[in-house]
Design a protein around this ligand. Structure first.
Ligand code: 5GP
Length: 127
C-alpha cells in the first residue's frame, strides 16, 4: 500500500536546524517570514531555497494552515530573492516538491529558485 501525505512536522529536520542556526548555510535573504540560502547541491548556476519560518511540512501543509500574513510574507520573499539575485531579466523557475510523487526529501516546506541558465523541460520524462 502506498503511504500518502507526510508525517507531522519533525523539528529535527535539516531546515529546522538551519533556521535555529545549528547548521550553517549560505544565506541570501532573511525577514520575519522567510529564510533563503544556497542549495548545498546546486542544479543550476543559481539555486536557492526559500523556506518559511513557521513549522510547515510541505506546500500542502503551508497552504492549508499558514496565516494570511505568513502566506503573503513568504511569497513576497520568494519574489524579492529572485529580484535580488538579478534573475528577473533572464528569467528563472520556482518549484516546490510535495510528498512522495513530488520527490520531496526535506520535510520543511521550501521553494527552489533556479536560474543562471536555461533550465530545460518543465517536467522530465518519467524514470
Ligand atoms: P527537495 O528534494 O526536498 O525538494 O529538496 C531538498 C533540497 O535541499 C535538495 O536540493 C538538497 O540539495 C538540499 N539540501 C539538503 N540538505 C541541505 C543542507 O544541509 N544545506 C543546504 N543548503 N541544502 C540542503
Amino acid at each position: 500500500m502506498r503511504v500518502t501525505g507526510l508525517p507531522p512536522y519533525d523539528d529535527t529536520n535539516i531546515f529546522a536546524r538551519i533556521l535555529r542556526g545549528e547548521i550553517p548555510c549560505r544565506r541570501v535573504h532573511e525577514d520575519d517570514f522567510a529564510l533563503a540560502f544556497h542549495d548545498i547541491y546546486p542544479q543550476t548556476p543559481v539555486h536557492v531555497l526559500v523556506i518559511p519560518k513557521g513549522p510547515y511540512v510541505s506546500f500542502a501543509d503551508f497552504s492549508a494552515k499558514a496565516t494570511e500574513a505568513e502566506v503573503a510574507g513568504f511569497w513576497r520573499a520568494v519574489g524579492q530573492v529572485a529580484r535580488e539575485l538579478g534573475l528577473e531579466a533572464t528569467g528563472y523557475r520556482i518549484l516546490s516538491n510535495m510528498g512522495e510523487d513530488g520527490g520531496q526529501e526535506v520535510p520543511h516546506f521550501h521553494v527552489h529558485v533556479f536560474g543562471g541558465r536555461r533550465v530545460g523541460r518543465m517536467v522530465p520524462k518519467a524514470e
